[in-house]
Design a protein around this ligand. Structure first.
Ligand code: HEM
Length: 139
């Protein structure tokens, strides 16, 4: 599938295997984060209510990829930067999160162009989180 079509309607969602595919990705993502010491810092920020955390990220990603807006239906509206405002996300933690996601993506049976597309797109909300998180720390 050519990269150009990702991002239109629900093509990204479908290419990721729909809800089941995204749940598998998120499950691998948190397995990676909880198991690899390289991610210990950001993992330590999580509440350990892993089932709920996984569900929230998977529901969010379904809608974010053009599929059903499961997060909104289940948990209500969300602003990604605001929901991370309590954390101190610098470039280091942003890149840790993205690197963990890259490792989880590599475990899926996704075409290379889909993986590249997702990493470019996910870097945008990740950077927005970093910016918001750091802005509020400026006196
Ligand atoms: C920039 C690096 C990031 C870090 C360090 C980070 C960290 C966290 C942490 C610690 C939580 C709370 C989990 C818990 O309480 O168990 C969380 C929740 C969440 N994160 Fe992130 N995150 C990052 C990037 C992202 C990105 C890029 C997205 C979306 C594409 C995202 C989506 C979510 C969602 C949907 C939740 C649940 C929020 C809620 O319902 O309150 N995160 N994240």
């Amino acid at each position: 599938m050519p990269a150009a079509i990702y991002g239109h309607q629900d093509t990204t969602f479908q290419s990721c295997g729909g809800e089941a595919g995204i749940r598998a990705l998120v499950h691998d993502f948190y397995n990676m984060m909880s198991g690899d010491p390289a991610y210990a810092r950001i993992w330590s920020w999580h509440t350990k209510e892993r089932r709920v955390t996984e569900d929230k990220l998977a529901c969010f990603l379904c809608g974010w990829m053009g599929g059903p807006r499961l997060y909104q239906e289940k948990y209500g509206r969300i602003s990604i930067p605001s929901s991370h405002q309590h954390l101190s996300v610098t470039e280091q933690e942003r890149d840790m999160w993205l690197s963990c996601m890259a490792s989880a993506l590599a475990l899926q049976d996704y075409p290379e162009d889909l993986v590249s597309y997702l990493l470019v797109e996910l870097a945008k909300p990740a950077e927005a989180i970093r910016r918001t998180s750091q802005e509020q720390k400026v006196p």
